[in-house]
Write a protein that binds this ligand. Sequence first.
Ligand code: NAD
Length: 470
Amino acid sequence: MTENTNNPYYNLFIKQKNNQFKVSNGAYNQRIKKLSALQRAIEITFREEIKEALLKDLGKPYVESEMTEIYQIVGDIKHAKNYLHKWMRNKKVKTPLSMLGASSYIKYEAKGVCLIISPWNFPFNLTFGPLISAISAGNTAIIKPSEMTPHSSALMKKIVDTVFSEEEVALVEGEVQTSTDLLKLPFNHIFFTGSPTVGKIIMKAAAEHLASVTLELGGKSPTIIDETANLKTAAKKIMWGKFMNCGQICISPDYALVQQNVKNQFIEECKNVLKAFYSNNPKESSSYARIVTPKHFERLKSLLTDAEDNGGNFEFGNITDKAKKYIAPTIVSGLGENALLLEEEIFGPIFPMVTYKTIDDAIAYVNSKERPLALYIYSKSKRNTEKLLSYTRAGGTCINNNIIHYANHNLPFGGVNNSGIGKSHGYYGFKAFSNERAIVKQHTFGITELLFPPYSNYKEKLARFTVKWF
Ligand code: NAD
């Protein structure tokens, strides 16, 4: 730690480190009190300011802010409050006969001082979500939100400063250097949400202190539509999932894999839905968000240019306005296989369609890429659905829907390999921030004591007997 005394966050870290046992040993009621205070802040005191900040940062429509930020956070808190008592309880486990005279249980204890680094696309939800788990598990936490959404980050600071003392929860604003400084401190757990590229930097930094990590990352989430799917309802759900928040969602359908013989019909259905959702001029629609920064706009614009160069056929959209950070909902088909839209995570309102002949072709395509955060299946065929589930891997899957698995607090949320390590939400979030301490209590004489040195032939026989019978 001595090399860290010049770190700008050293004093804050030490304050939380010194306070960690007071926080973790606080009764169940104290955790509930903190969760309730956060709930009041989000649901009542700062509700309107949150929607204003999101409108300024992302042009996020109020309905989407209510649904994907406020509802999610409040829902998470309510769920944690309902189940915390059960989660915190010691969990009895069986003890083998060879350990006769002992009993065993798991104690869920706080990991200690935690670091939460969050992204910009759902700034409140993806910052306070992990914080709810951290508090539930009895930790202290330092939060570093994204610099891309300054209004939201400033408001989150105000909320955190109002609700918590900095010895238990503190929020520091800043850019990459702030993360870099924080990552030098020996946190007990790091919860990171962001891109796979930065996820690797986080994991390397965590390795210096062997801090445990939860990495909630991104990637290309495929949406597979087979010839048996109800194309009308599939189009509705997919267009909603893809273009909400202007496509800036980690689990939005990144691209479609459509069975060749239904491609044209599916595209027609999608076009009709887009007109119904956002009118013939989505730029004027109050239901459609904007790209977060000019830099992100330029990245997406270059993907569109690359699509043109790679034979892309624009079925819808491809209209942009730099000054307004506007990119129309766009559907593109016929891309050459080297098109960047089929290589990098899109994270914007562009939906490429790729066709396949057989379900095995679709599986081979998915498996030729990194393991995704989500994989969506639209099919009435049980056989196809089972095959897709059996021969692919993904963090989560919806069958005949998308995105909604995120909202079920009873399911673990997270990726696999390139799309993430570890799980969050509800009980799984509580576990991510808990040390599962293994405890054995010896009540009476234990059989193992018969095998203590000095060893003898008799003890060897007894050991062999134990191996055979217990
Ligand atoms: P990002 O990785 O660029 O940034 C995330 C956070 O890391 C920010 O707070 C940022 O300041 C910090 N950061 C950036 N560069 C850093 C560096 N070199 N060292 C240390 N910290 C650094 O991600 P983003 O652009 O904010 O978000 C988009 C990405 O996040 C997409 O890949 C998306 O799929 C993913 N995402 C995943 C989830 C999930 O739950 N799995 C949710 C939302 C977004």
